[in-house]
Structures are given as structure tokens and as C-alpha cells.
Design a protein around this ligand. Structure first.
Ligand code: G6P
Length: 610
């Protein structure tokens, strides 16, 4: 979703900002722009399309200056056009602003400004904000005060960076609901919506909290609330490397991230397994262990792929820890009146830690007195900081918009949490040890799947022109079917549906004919025979079966046109392996169709608007 970059220092900032924008491309966007103060005047260049198109303009008409801002926009209010791209300027061209989030009351403010004689060039809520700040500046004649007063009027969410030609040695940034981080260099500061735009310049960062504003000059910065109360900030260190943001020899980030899984699954478990005791130790949850053991109910809430991981968690926890579990879309949870008590534990799952709906769901859960815990990838993200306690999955930066390694990291973490809670309750040490052994084998087993992907590539080539796909699974692998279908939709734009295999006969079976590819996840587990019967039902209607089955399963070849094998593991852990071929299948189909795998159309990596 929209990306923010701001620079104040001693270097020519245009190339620097454009390079930082490239680092934010993975977030998903549809237009880009820069504004730089050059000879005390604002120069703005912006363009619908990719950063490469902006680069072409900036190269042919260079702008030189040492204070500037840049933005990648993901359209919400107004189509993705040159005019609606950020930065936006006020009528007098004194201010340039970039904005992430949504000004919900923008129409009210706009009408008021129109009555004061302001005219607007774009359809965006962001232009309304810069015009409001400009109007206030006419009254207070002070950049910082005008920004603060303007922001106080905003209902909704924002992460902004703004510069002013009248006060050319300042850059102001503020946040409410949309993340912002300040990178501290030598005589220079970089503001960005995520640390990946900063890490090549500095590792020293300060995260702004909601309702805070930072005023940056070349020699330092001050932070305060928008109500003018000074705040002291702690400097933190970015822990990931620049190499983690590079493709490392793979054609796409998505493929690189799929292949990183033997390591990322291991990293999620590192130092957390206690083989002798048959349990897991999760430092981040130590302080809430008793509440977890006593929880009357566990609620998972998340969006997208993280929601699928939560569904697997439901199966795991109910089976082993005998605790009732509910899983809900964060966007629904936040606007229902969820019945929660202090004996409930709410886990939010989020790769980015910034998804607006998930963050709001967490706040609602905490407001109602429930314990709010997090399973998060991005260290220091908003959700990570607002939870009562939580665990990181340590998957490293995930750049491909479609989530892959974060999903298996979340599943691994859910298995550890299940193990920990179950062992505090009724699970025997022998059973616990069996799960620990299963977990320890996963990195090797996933490597085995990844060592031979040609079969998947061939299947992809054969089915790349299909218009619909059906994905089926049961038990632990029902959410995997949902995830496989989602991934195919996201990156190849082929319509796909995931279904519980048995539920198929209550509707989707009507779609099955000799043109319908049906991907069935059918590993060796307690429910395999039932799934085999569902496969028979598909075959009887001419459907073309692509099966994900356990190595050594010879019977499956009788029914399936194609078989992709995964190694044997305990049923609870099969999703961590069975999802890998499905992610690969989606990847190779998307590549064969010529789609932009890492930045699929209309999608965003981190959805910071509701
Ligand atoms: C977006 C991404 C998905 C992701 C979802 C939830 O829609 O495109 O890949 O699963 O957000 O994101 P989160 O960062 O909260 O896991």
C-alpha cells in the first residue's frame, strides 16, 4: 500500500528518494511522485504507473535540492491518474504533502475550504489536507503549528510527510494509524513508511506513535504530540540486512521467499523447542502463560493469508489443547459487538503488523478486557507494539506481495503455541516429544519438496490457460485449499475457489466438467479415505485431478491426472508442507501467463486502510 519517503540533509535528495521508493514498490502501488525544494521553490513530478516511469521524467528534467519527499500511491479516493498521484500541493504551491491513510471527513473539510475560495485539482482526500494546512498557515504563519492544527481536524488515518517552501529547512512528519519511521544518519534524516526504505542509509531509527509529530531539520529533530506535548523517543536498531531485501539470484522475490522456507521454518523454532520435555518455550508469552492455560476460549483474528493460518491454528488447538477456538476476519470482528470476557485470549496474526483492520480488532479486544496477543513477522510494527504480549515468527523481510514464507512461519508458530498450551494441560510428554520430533524434521522435509519443482512447473504450463480452478481439502488441509486458491487468484488472476472437500457436493460440484482442474490436498492422515471418496465424486464428473499426496501413496495415481508428492509428517504439521506445492503452482502459472508476480495488480502488501 502507499509508501512514504522524506529526506532532509546535505545530499541531492531526488535520486535518493527515488531509490527508496523502489524499495517500497513491493507494498503495491499504482502511481509515484516526488517533490523537492529547489532554490526555495517546490518542484513536483508525479506519474501514474511504476516508479520506472517517474525515473524517466526525473532523469530528463532533473530537480536538485536537499529537502524532499516521495510517494507511491495505492488509489483509494480518485482513480490512479497523474493528477491524483502524490505529492499534492496547496493552491499557492507553498506546501507539498504525501499521505498514507484516509481522511474520512474530507468532504466536510473540502466544502468549507471551497467556501473560503479554494479550488481543487484532484479527487483525493490528501489534497484537502494540504489545502487545509495552507489555509491555517495564512492565519498562524508557522509551518509546524499549521500542520498540527490541520491534523487535529482529521478524522481517519494518516501517515504524512510535508515540506514548505517558506520554511525550506524543515520536514514535518506525523502519524495516526499509518506507520512512520525516522532514520537517523549523519547530518541527514530519512522518514519512511517502512524500514526497508531506510536500511541502506542507516540502522538507527525512531518509530513514531499514533498522534505524534516530528519536526526535522538537518541537525536534529523534535517529537511531540499533535496537542503540542513534547515526547522523548527511544532510538532503536534495525536488525535485518540489505541482502534480505535483494532477490539473491531468483527471478522473483516470491520464488526466493518460497525457497527460503527451510531456513525460515527453522528460524521460527530456533531456541524454542525443549525436546526432553516435549514442549516449547516462547519467551514472548512467558508472562501470560497462566492466562493461556486458563483461557476459556481463544479467538484468532486476521486478514488474508494470515486468516488462513489462523484457521489451521483452530484445528491444532482444539485437537491438542481442548480449548474452544474461534477464527474471525478482523474486518468483521472490529465492527461486530464481539462477546468477550477477561477469560478470553485474542490472538491477532499479521505478517506486516500494520494491517489496519487487524490493528483495530486488537484494540477492540483489549478495550473489552480480553488479553490481546500477537503473532507477527515485522519487528517493531504497530501490532507488535500494541499487543499485551506476543511472538515474532522471524521469517525476515517478505517482499513479494503474496505471502508465502510468512504463512509457514505462522503455522510453525501456531504449532509451538499449541504444543506449549497442550503440555500445560493434558498432553503427555511422549505425545509432546512426537510433535517436537515432527517439527524438527520440517526444515529438511520442506527442502526435499523444493529440491524438485519441475513437476509443478510442467503442471503449471499445462493448466495456465484454465479459467477456473477448484481447490479441495479437509481437516488441517481445508485452510490449505483456501490458501492455494487465494494465491492463484492473487497472482495469476485466474478465478479459483477453495472448499472443504465434502462440502463441494453442496454446490461447486455443479461446476465440474472435463475442463475443470481440481487441486486436492490429500496427505496420508486420518481423513484420507474420506477425501479419496470426494475425489471419486469429481472423477465421476470428468474433473481433472491434481493431487498433493504423501510420498509412497500409489493408490492416488489411479484417480489423479497429476500427483505432487510431499513427505510424510504428523497430520497437524502437514499444512506446512502441503502448502509449498500450492504456492509453487500459483507462482509458475502466473509466470507462464506473464503476470507481475511480485506486484500483482490492485493488491498491496501492507493494507493500512480499512
Ligand atoms: C494483504 C496482503 C496479503 C496478506 C493480508 C494480511 O491483503 O496482500 O498477502 O495476507 O494483507 O496482511 P498481514 O500483514 O496482516 O498478514
Amino acid at each position: 500500500m502507499c509508501g512514504i519517503v522524506g529526506y532532509i540533509g546535505t545530499k541531492n535528495c531526488t535520486p535518493l528518494i527515488v531509490n527508496a521508493l523502489k524499495r517500497l514498490e513491493y507494498r503495491g502501488y499504482d502511481s509515484a511522485g516526488v517533490a523537492v525544494i529547489s532554490h526555495n521553490q517546490l518542484q513536483v513530478q508525479k506519474k501514474a504507473g511504476k516508479v520506472a516511469e517517474l525515473v524517466a521524467i526525473v532523469d530528463s528534467h532533473p530537480i536538485v535540492g536537499t529537502v524532499g519527499i516521495g510517494h507511491t500511491r495505492w488509489a483509494t479516493h480518485g482513480a490512479p491518474t497523474d493528477i491524483n498521484a502524490h505529492p499534492h500541493m496547496d493552491q499557492q504551491r507553498r506546501f507539498a504533502l504525501i499521505h498514507n491513510g484516509i481522511v474520512e471527513n474530507y468532504m466536510t473539510i473540502k466544502h468549507r475550504l471551497e467556501r473560503e475560495g479554494r479550488t481543487f485539482t484532484s479527487q483525493t482526500d490528501s489534497e484537502v489536507l494540504v489545502q487545509l494546512i495552507s489555509l491555517l498557515y495564512d492565519k498562524v504563519h508557522d509551518f509546524e503549528t499549521a500542520v498540527r492544527l490541520g491534523l487535529k481536524e482529521v478524522e481517519g488515518a494518516y501517515g504524512i510527510a510535508i515540506i514548505c517552501a517558506d520554511e525550506p529547512d524543515k520536514l514535518i512528519a506525523a502519524r495516526k494509524g499509518s506507520p512512520l519511521v525516522i532514520g537517523i544518519g549523519e547530518d541527514e534524516f530519512i522518514v519512511a513508511s517502512d524500514a526497508s526504505a531506510i536500511v541502506s542509509h542507516t540502522r538507527q531509527v525512531v518509530y513514531l506513535e499514533d498522534g505524534e509529530i516530528a519536526v526535522l531539520t538537518r541537525t536534529g529533530f523534535t517529537t511531540k504530540t499533535i496537542d503540542d506535548v513534547p515526547v522523548t523517543k527511544e532510538v532503536e536498531e534495525i536488525t535485518f540486512d540489505i541482502e534480505q531485501l535483494e532477490k539473491g539470484g531468483f527471478p522473483h522475490f516470491m520464488l526466493k521467499e518460497i525457497h527460503q522456507q527451510p531456513e525460515t521454518i527453522r528460524d521460527a523454532m530456533r531456541g524454542r523447542l525443549l525436546p526432553a520435555e516435549g514442549t516449547a518455550r516462547l519467551g514472548g508469552l512467558d508472562s501470560v502463560k497462566d492466562r493461556l492455560r486458563q483461557a476459556k476460549r481463544i479467538v484468532f483474528t486476521a486478514c488474508g493469508t494470515s486468516w488462513h493460518a489462523a484457521l489451521v491454528g483452530e484445528y491444532m488447538l482444539e485437537h491438542y489443547a481442548h480449548v474452544p477456538v474461534e477464527v474471525e476476519y478482523a474486518s468483521e470482528f472490529r465492527y461486530r459487538n464481539p462477546v468477550l470476557s477477561e477469560e478470553d485470549v485474542v490472538f491477532v496474526l499479521s505478517q506486516s503488523g500494520e494491517t489496519a483492520d487487524t490493528l483495530a480488532a486488537l484494540r477492540e479486544a483489549k478495550r473489552q478486557g480480553a488479553l490481546g496477543l500477537g503473532i507477527v513477522n515485522v519487528v517493531g510494527s504497530s501490532i507488535a507494539r500494541e499487543t499485551d504480549a506476543g511472538v515474532y515468527i522471524h521469517a525476515g523481510a517478505e517482499i513479494g506481495v503474496a505471502s508465502t514464507k510468512a504463512f509457514t512461519g505462522q503455522l510453525t508458530m501456531l504449532a509451538l503455541i499449541t504444543l506449549m498450551i497442550a503440555r500445560m494441560k493434558n498432553l503427555s510428554v511422549i505425545e509432546g516429544q512426537r510433535i517436537v520430533e515432527g517439527l524438527q524434521l520440517l526444515p529438511e522435509l520442506s527442502k526435499r519438496i523444493l529440491s524438485n519443482t519441475q513437476n509443478v512447473e510442467k503442471i503449471a504450463e499445462q493448466f495456465k490457460d484454465a479459467r477456473n480452478f477448484l481447490y479441495l481439502g479437509r481437516g488441517y488441509n481445508f485452510p490449505v485449499a483456501l490458501e492455494g486458491a487465494l494465491k492463484l487468484k492473487e497472482i495469476s488472476y485466474i478465478h479459483a475457489e477453495g472448499y472443504p472437500a465434502a462440502e463441494m457436493k453442496h454446490g461447486p460440484i455443479a461446476l465440474i466438467d472435463e475442463n475443470m482442474p481440481v487441486v486436492v490436498v490429500v496427505p496420508q492422515d486420518d481423513i484420507r479415505e474420506k477425501v479419496m471418496s470426494n475425489i471419486e465424486e469429481v472423477r465421476a464428473r470428468g474433473g481433472r485431478i491434481i493431487a498433493v499426496a504423501t510420498e509412497g501413496d500409489t493408490d492416488i495415481h489411479r484417480l489423479a491426472e497429476h500427483v505432487i508428492t510431499i513427505p510424510q509428517t504428523i497430520p497437524m504439521l502437514t499444512p506446512i508442507l502441503s502448502v509449498i506445492p500450492l504456492h509453487l503452482l500459483a507462482y509458475y502459472i502466473a509466470v507462464a501467463r506473464g503476470c507481475n508476480v511480485d506486484q500483482p495488480r490492485n493488491l498491496a502488501k501492507s493494507v493500512t486502510v480499512e
